[in-house]
Ligand binder design. Structure first.
Ligand code: AP5
Ligand code: ZN
Length: 215
């Protein structure tokens, strides 16, 4: 199955993606994660991307589309995928339609995790991520058992460079490019709105209901 996650920065896309891949067995394709790995490994692509990521601006469409196109060629993507953070502009959505036509893999569902903007600043500034396995925590809403240490693998937790008040502001402004996608997919009958301000497990219950119906 081919599923897309959309929502404001901090809506809970990555948190739900972890659970979806664990329960439904489809690979998680997150452009944000791929870009951060490129920055961390200091590749030429990574050096180009760093200033966009750190400041919260969108990476240019041509680069982003090329990265996704290459990712689709990997073997695990042949059994479907969960796209997280892509597409993020109408141009990316159009490019995705062309790629999926070529692959003969239609979009089954678009999950729109809806939250109000006022919850996002505290969610993002309190977020912590495992350096080793990528698991997501929150200092208040989803705290690890031992401060600064991943429950799952014992790895050290860190804070993303774009989870500062200033970068979050820019990311929220950039969302104006993504907001039109909601109507784009709603008009095609693909959109499922999920209430993202419920507890994490309850959000996942609602997500699972939609996915079980299309599985
Ligand atoms: P990306 O990595 O995609 O970041 P984002 O969209 O800003 O989304 P986040 O990862 O910040 O939030 P999330 O919704 O996954 O929230 P999470 O589950 O972690 O992109 C980063 C950058 O890469 C962009 O700024 C851009 O530069 C570039 N980029 C990426 N894709 C691109 C594209 N397609 N085109 C151009 N540029 C691109 O949750 C947040 C926190 O809240 C966590 O701490 C979590 O524990 C907590 N939480 C989650 N759910 C709940 C809940 N229900 N209740 C309470 N707390 C919760
Ligand atoms: Zn870990």
């Amino acid at each position: 199955m081919q599923v897309i996650l959309v929502g404001l920065p901090g809506a809970g896309k990555g948190t739900q993606a972890e659970r979806i891949t664990a329960s439904f067995g489809i690979p998680h394709i997150s452009t944000g994660d791929m870009f951060r790995r490129a920055v961390a490994s200091g590749t030429e692509l990574g050096n180009t991307l760093k200033s966009y990521l750190d400041s919260g601006r969108l990476v240019p469409d041509e680069i982003t589309i090329e990265v996704v196109r290459n990712r689709f060629k990997e073997e695990d993507a042949q059994r479907g995928f969960l796209l997280d953070g892509f597409p993020r502009t109408l141009q990316q959505a159009n490019a995705l339609d062309v790629m999926l036509d070529e692959l003969q893999r239609p979009i089954d569902a678009v999950l729109y995790i809806h939250v109000n903007e006022d919850v996002l600043l505290s969610r993002l500034t309190g977020r912590r991520i495992c350096k080793n396995c990528g698991a997501t925590y929150h200092t208040v809403f989803q705290p690890p058992k031992q401060e600064g240490i991943c429950d799952r693998c014992g790895g050290e937790l860190y804070q993303r460079a774009d989870d500062t008040v200033e970068a979050v502001k820019t990311r929220l402004e950039q969302y104006q490019h993504t907001a039109p996608l909601i109507d784009y997919y709603r008009n095609r009958g693909l959109l499922h709105q999920i209430e993202g301000e419920q507890p994490i497990d309850k959000v996942f219950e609602d997500v699972s209901k939609v996915l079980r119906a299309i599985e």
